[in-house]
Write a protein that binds this ligand. Structure first.
Ligand code: NAP
Length: 552
């Protein structure tokens, strides 16, 4: 026997972003004693941190918002089809106020470690206060990790980064107070989705802009527009239909793939579709395209050539245009950034492109940046250099399961999960939008709502059944992981150097060469079908037990 300790909380949720906010709502309404720990000074996750100019959804706003409350849907007016960061953060605050969720949240609270105590059947967390550096210990029966997929920013590993006398920051940490850009010489390092948003937004506001590009990304117009009162009323009337369409589509969007076969239609018909998609809003160009784009080299090459031609038409200097066209991967096999005036930025006299493949960066200096060719002076250096994606936020917490094994070690080479929501060896831990879940490759909040609802129902079943401990079996985890890995073999994406496959040149062990199986590629409907089947079969694959069964 062991002393049963009454934990401080039945559930601790880590992270107060889009996932944590909805998770605490579900727990609060179920009467569970729960708290959310958030390392930031306030809620919002991605939308709290990423305040860089141009930060906005590339999901249609009305498909990104929560769907769980008709009242909320009726009250909120999305002002733009692809809403910007300030408005998105206002929305999340509005949700938290409306459902009185703030009282469950503890801010400035960094979870340093989370250790499973088998005899006591609970998790022991060490939490550091980010304001005063003090630490406290908390215990809970269940821990729910809503850490975010892209919440661990990574900067280059360049010599001299501390020596720069101007201002420099990663886009994730763009300052809260306005940054004076007028007349300033600005460097942007990187040309991923973030940089593409920043560059399009600031090119006409800065004195000079120098973009340091290593590998170009395929990108297509966002085609944003305002949403009037009348249009919003029409959208409100369609919400059921909109969410039903999202649930049907692989990506969780209204955009559904063109079901005609690529080779069944003539080239003229393909071009007609692409012309239409290029001028239409959002991810249609990627997700409403022929399905062969993702799986067939020839189809992908034809479409990539089409987009390359579009870039050539928009960039005046042919040499610059060629540098902006990717040659190492086809369109859509890495996450596609959506752009607004991005390519036109390079037609401006105050904007220049430095190709780091020709002249690599050597170091940061007091005045700016040095490449192998020359030194550049700047007032501001912006690192738009991405994230230790998907597992990075987990790696930064010392998470220990049964027998003291660390999650960091378990996931060193890739990751393995059951349904993307549980981990063998880490009992009583849930991840509504974890690695290998349906969220990473879909319209994130749609995946989050599915995951949170499933995890909450599961917890209710555990509690009602008097089970104080759960853990997926090793077999169930191996089977799920094999299923996830198997789907990569069909996708051209497996060859890409992007965060979907765990590539990040700035994180040791994540440099190119090793594919990490982070993403569920089966699409939302298939994922939801699988997890619902597991629930319907009484959570087959999960060992449920009272604490006493595990303790002698
Ligand atoms: P990213 O796609 O990983 O891009 C990072 C960029 O920095 C790449 O161009 C990379 O070049 C470059 N880079 C990294 N280290 C470098 C170094 N040491 N020297 C030179 N260049 C370096 O990161 P991101 O742009 O932040 O986007 C990440 C994800 O966030 C997106 O894919 C998207 O899912 C999400 N996001 C979403 C939105 C939205 O929803 N609206 C907006 C922005 C971002 P290499 O490729 O050569 O490594």
């Amino acid at each position: 026997m062991t002393d049963r300790i009454d934990p401080d909380y039945e559930v601790i949720v880590i992270g107060a972003g889009v996932g944590g906010i909805y998770q605490i709502k579900r727990l609060a309404e179920a009467g569970v004693k729960a708290a959310v720990l958030e390392l930031a000074p306030d809620l919002g996750g991605t939308w709290y941190w990423n305040r860089y100019p141009g930060a906005r959804f590339d999901s249609e706003s009305y498909t990104y918002g929560y769907s769980f409350s008709k009242e909320l849907l009726d009250e909120w007016h999305w002002k733009e089809r692809f809403s910007g960061q300030p408005e998105n953060l206002r929305y999340l605050n509005y949700v938290a106020e409306k459902f009185d969720l703030r009282r469950h949240m503890q801010f400035d609270s960094r979870v340093v470690s989370s250790h499973w105590d088998e005899p006591a059947g609970l998790w022991r967390l060490t939490v550091r206060n980010e304001r005063d550096g003090s630490t406290r210990q908390l215990t809970c029966r269940f821990v729910i990790m809503t850490l975010g997929l892209l919440s661990q920013p990574t900067a280059p590993r360049l010599e001299g980064m501390d020596s720069f006398k101007g201002r420099s920051f990663h886009t994730y940490y763009w300052p809260r107070e306005p940054v004076e850009l007028a007349g300033k010489k600005v460097a942007v390092i990187g040309t991923g989705a973030t940089a593409i948003q920043v560059i399009g937004e600031i090119a006409d506001k800065v004195g000079g802009l120098t973009v340091f590009q290593r590998r170009p990304n395929w990108s297509a117009p966002l085609n944003n527009s305002p949403i009037s009162e009348t249009e919003m009323a029409e959208i409100r009337g369609r919400y059921d239909e909109i969410f039903a369409a999202c649930a049907r589509s692989p990506g969780g969007f209204e955009h559904e793939p063109d079901r005609r076969g690529f080779y069944e239609v003539s080239r003229e018909e393909r071009l007609a579709l692409w012309d239409q998609l290029y001028d239409a809003p959002g991810f249609g160009i990627w997700l409403a395209n022929f399905r062969e784009i993702f799986t067939d080299e020839v189809a992908n090459a034809e479409f990539s050539a089409y987009i390359a031609e579009r870039i050539r038409r928009r960039v005046k200097d042919p040499k610059v245009a060629e540098k902006l066209i990717p040659t190492d991967h086809g369109f859509g096999i890495q996450r596609v950034p959506m752009e607004t005036r991005y390519f036109e930025a390079y037609n401006r006299p105050n904007v220049q492109l430095v190709d780091l493949r020709e002249t690599p960066l050597v170091r940061v200096t007091e005045k700016g940046l040095r490449t192998t060719a020359r030194e550049y002076d700047f007032d501001i250096i912006v690192y738009a250099t991405g994230f230790d994606a998907i597992t990075g936020a987990f790696d930064h917490i010392d998470i220990r399961g049964t027998g003291g094994q660390t999650l960091r070690d378990k996931w060193r080479d890739s990751c393995s999960t059951f349904l993307g929501m549980m981990i063998h060896g880490f009992p009583n831990l849930l991840m509504p939008a974890g690695p290998q879940s349906g969220s990473a490759s879909t319209n994130y909040p749609r995946g989050i709502e599915t995951g949170v609802d499933w995890c909450t129902d599961f917890l209710q079943c555990v509690r009602k059944g008097g089970h104080a401990r759960f853990e997926p079996t090793a077999e169930a985890e191996a089977k799920w992981t094999a299923h996830v890995v198997g789907m990569y073999s069909m996708m051209l994406m497996r060859k890409a150097k992007g965060w979907f496959t765990g590539y990040n040149s700035n994180v040791a062990g994540h440099e190119e060469g090793k594919v990490r199986y982070f993403v569920y590629n089966g699409g939302a409907p298939k994922y939801v079908g699988r997890i619902n089947d597991v629930a319907a079969q009484g959570y087959e694959g999960v060992d449920l037990a009272p604490i006493a069964a595990k303790v002698q």
